[in-house]
Design a protein around this ligand. Sequence first.
Ligand code: ZN
Length: 160
Amino acid sequence: MQIDKHKIVSIDYTLTDDQGEVIDSSEGSDPLAYLHGVGGIIPGLERELEGKSSGDKFKVSLAPEDGYGEWNEDLCQGVPRSEFADIEDLAEGMEFQVESDAGPMVITVVEIGEEIVKVDGNHPLAGMTLNFDVTVCEVREATAEEIEHGHAHGEGGQAH
Ligand code: ZN
């Protein structure tokens, strides 16, 4: 079965940066399962997977615009420290999920000042070239429920 819109695709993958460091991998866990054609994974990877079949292997190098986007300085902001008053042991590198105009986003604390806390709303992989080594494990039809939910159920997908 070939990968096209509304197939459930399971992949094994290893993601490395340009220095060859492994950033993420499915090794040691279930393959990642996703619903194809709905933007559930990064655009460049979804494009490469289109038309592939189970057992296919490929490597692809994705520029930031096909991955998590360019690093955007506008997403770095100063927030009054008082807004973190409830957080014990506030530390650089801590991540928080916050509501923004564009929906939920994750911010990372980059610098803690006396009055202002600098936060960065960029995805941790923004601005990076992403090198994927992918094996397609399984391709199957999505169920009506999976299409309705917009994601894969079962092994490697959403558990609910
Ligand atoms: Zn669901």
